[in-house]
Unconditional design. Structure first.
Length: 316
């Protein structure tokens, strides 16, 4: 296990190296620059040149990347031109809402997907199966932002059950914190639930036809126990893979939903930074999000051995 963990951690180095290069190049070749945004439209050409020289933006791009990479190795993500604070501090201030939203959306997705997938496989080719499969296909087809707008209209505006926008920190209380996240959490979780439902159903169908399931039923074991303990437990590894991927997607891909519901998370930070051409923040967020996504996949790989003892990660 330790050898496998060390190997996976070492494999992160080339991945992050490539991400830093691609991110740095894409940001610096896109139209616009911080000088024109920060100094305003009335800035003269001389003012822009002076600003770029002061910030080092007029140097060769290879030299700029080398300096940035060296600072990364020292744990310095740079300084935000507009927030006037270190990038690491800005990310730390905005990652809390994103993580809370991702956790809530993942819980909603699992509460919907796991029962739906099990029942759909158990009632294969029945009306219930066709209904659940249709719902999952609809969930995969509907964009998250469209579902978010419908929820805002019916639940927030017409019924007035929940606030349609805003955010309260966890220090304000658990209910005050999550009541602002329920609508965006449902809009994100319902979409992910559709994918997990289909994977759960597919994995369960493969297991339910095996001989040991027939043996368990012939012994008179209760059907619920057969489904949960014997079938779903052995069908869980593919589902676990999808859960890890969806959670990584929730953490990294909630940009539009956070913008719609005015949640001050990483998504809103990235959008604002792109509009301002705040290069340091964009690079820092992309790198941090990539690291989070890779670490989530690593945790999922390590959980394989916990879920199924037959999986041994240290075997060649």
């Amino acid at each position: 296990m330790l050898a496998y963990l060390a190997k996976r951690l070492l494999s992160l180095i080339p991945v992050l190296f490539v991400v830093t290069i691609v991110t740095f190049l894409l940001i610096h070749i896109m139209p616009g620059d911080p000088a024109s945004t920060l100094l305003g439209l009335e800035a003269t050409k001389e003012d822009v040149i002076s600003f770029n020289k002061q910030m080092g933006f007029d140097r060769p791009i290879v030299e700029q990347y080398t300096e940035w990479a060296i600072n990364l190795l020292r744990g310095n993500l740079g300084e935000s031109l507009f927030l006037h604070q270190p990038v690491s501090v800005a990310i730390a201030e905005h990652i809390g809402p994103t993580f809370s939203l991702a956790v809530l959306a993942q819980i909603i997705a699992l509460l919907l997907a796991i029962p739906f997938g099990i029942f759909s496989a158990y009632k294969r080719d029945t009306m219930l199966d066709h209904f659940l499969r249709g719902i999952s296909l609809l969930g995969m087809a509907v964009p998250g932002f469209l579902l978010a707008l419908f929820l805002m209209l019916f639940v927030g505006v017409r019924l007035q059950w929940l606030p349609i926008a805003g955010y309260e920190p966890l220090s304000s209380g658990l209910w005050a914190h999550y009541r602002y996240l329920i609508l965006p959490g449902v809009s994100l979780g319902a979409i992910q639930a559709a994918l997990i439902t289909r994977m759960t159903r597919s994995s369960m169908l493969d297991i339910l036809n095996l001989n040991y399931i027939k043996t368990a039923r012939s012994k008179g074991i209760h059907e619920a126990k057969v489904l949960v303990k014997h079938a779903f437990r052995n069908a869980f590894i593919p589902v676990l893979t999808v859960i890890g991927q969806t959670f990584g997607t929730l953490v990294t891909g909630a940009v539009i939903v956070e913008t719609i519901f005015n949640i001050p998370g990483l998504g809103q930070l990235v959008i604002n930074s792109i509009q301002r051409r705040d290069f340091a923040v964009i690079q820092g967020v992309v790198l941090s999000v990539t690291l989070i996504y890779v670490l989530i996949n690593l945790i999922v790989d390590l959980l394989y051995g916990v879920v199924d003892p037959r999986v041994r990660l240290d075997r060649k």
